[in-house]
Design a protein around this ligand. Structure first.
Ligand SMILES: O=C(O)Cc1cc(O)ccc1O
Ligand SMILES: [Fe+2]
Length: 437
């Protein structure tokens, strides 16, 4: 990690930043003539009329306006898929995948994206796509943006440096970053390989969850979110922008870097967050609370309490519950649960759920601890235990995640996943049975 990256702080704040003194107009957004010859462009991430609390827009002051590119032409999408997801019937079975193999040929972040599944439709601005990425090449002359959704990037292997229109951020495994819908960026690998997960959120932008009875503090605290400072590229040459729009990829040539924003102010900007700063709240008496207690970010729908997508994490923590079964309980859920593992071992699965791997338990699919975990946890001595070296996460969505053809046909699909529960034998001994035996 390089030392020189500077950040502003505070989730959803109104930021003001200039890479050159005097580039940010004072007292107004759009002066008749910019003193340094920059173009003024508003960048809206919400309707103009959205309520103040959810209104998102940023004023940019840039070398050229975004419209100065050649026309877009369609290019192949590779293994990227988007809603509506109708490639293959959606199974009610529990699914699990091994980690994505690292690429052998030159593959940048965009070419390295494969879609495991998703829901909804970007044209309806609802649902999500769940992608994996595996890359070994930095993007130099190529820029990317998605008009379909914001990108929540969860690195699992290899730190990334994201050069965006609004500045530079770095994200290593254990951190996340969010690139809002429409923000152009290129990804530089800080290590030889990079691998991770992406939740492309077609719905309302991620925000911090309500805290209810928890109070004013806790879970992910707003000041721990880091937002880049303005940083621009004044580069001319042959560049390409890849746009993701309604599930297709389009490429336009451009004779300059589109990362040419010299100053900006507003509240629509990329951010990063170190998951180690999550203030984990849990039981100090008994029983395993619902996993919503681990929510970092939430993309709501119009229905209260029903998320388009919640991003939850299962970090290192103390387990102290008394007279309780401590791992996640057996469960069937209206919501749909996609999980990934950043490092270590997840406390519901003794084996088979690997760092870089993934699982999907869709609407009403039974899931829970595997037989080995159940056996161990039922007989464990209930002294305080520190769960160490573990970081799993969940994208929990209200719409069924339909796997892609790739997800169902790939060699990394674990066809034997169901076996991990087959050792859960009958233990019931009724009074009558007990007497007759
Ligand atoms: O492991 C899972 O599938 C996710 C999960 C976590 C938890 O703490 C409780 C229930 C649950 O389904
Ligand atoms: Fe669950």
């Amino acid at each position: 990690m390089s030392e020189e990256i500077r950040y502003q702080s505070g989730f959803g704040n109104e930021f003001a930043t200039e890479a050159v003194p005097g580039a940010l107009p004072r007292g107004q957004n759009a002066p008749q003539k910019h003193p340094l010859g920059l173009y003024t462009e508003q960048f809206s991430g919400s309707p103009f009329t959205a309520p103040r609390a959810t209104n998102r827009r940023t004023w940019t002051y840039r070398i050229r306006p975004s419209v100065t590119h050649r026309p877009y032409e369609e290019i192949p999408t590779g293994l990227i898929r988007s809603g509506p997801f109708h490639e293959t019937p959606t199974t009610p079975n529990q699914l699990r995948w091994d980690p994505l193999p690292l690429p052998e040929s030159e593959t940048d972040f965009v070419d390295g994206i494969v879609t495991l599944g998703g829901s909804g439709d970007p044209a309806m601005q609802t649902g999500v796509a769940i992608h994996l990425y595996a890359a070994n090449l930095s993007m130099r002359d190529r820029f990317f943006y998605s008009a379909d959704g914001e990108f929540l990037i969860v690195p699992q292997l290899g730190a990334l440096r994201l050069h965006t229109e609004l500045g530079i951020l770095e994200a290593a495994p254990g951190e996340i970053c969010v690139i809002p819908r429409g923000v152009k960026f290129r990804v530089v690998l800080l290590e030889q390989h990079a691998r991770g997960y992406i939740c492309e959120n077609y719905g309302l932008p991620f925000r911090l969850p309500e805290l209810g009875a928890i109070g004013a503090n806790g879970l992910a605290n707003p000041r721990d979110f880091k937002i880049p400072v303005a940083s621009y590229e004044d580069h001319e040459g042959e560049f390409h922008i890849t746009a993701k729009f309604l599930g297709r990829l389009w490429s336009a040539s451009i004779d300059h870097s589109p990362l040419d924003v010299v100053a900006w102010h507003g509240n629509y900007a990329p951010y990063k967050y170190d998951l180690a700063l999550f203030n984990c709240i849990n039981t100090v008496s008994f029983d395993h609370p619902d996993p919503s207690i681990y929510t970092v970010l939430s993309s709501p729908t119009a229905v209260p309490g029903t998320a388009n997508c919640d991003f939850a994490i299962f970090p290192p923590r103390w387990l102290v519950a008394e007279h309780s079964f401590r791992p996640p309980w057996f469960h069937r859920n209206l919501m749909n649960e996609f999980m990934g593992l950043i490092f270590g071992v997840y406390d519901a699965k003794a084996e088979g759920f690997l760092p870089g791997g993934a699982s999907l338990h869709n609407c009403m699919a039974g899931h829970g601890p595997d037989a080995e975990t159940f056996e161990r946890a039922t007989n464990a001595e209930l002294k305080p235990q520190h769960l160490e070296d573990t970081l799993a996460f969940m994208f929990e969505t209200s719409l069924v995640v339909r796997p892609t053809q790739f997800a169902m046909n790939t060699r990394i699909l674990q066809h034997e996943y169901y076996e991990c529960w087959q050792g859960l034998k009958k233990r019931f001994a009724s009074a009558a049975n007990a007497e007759s035996t």
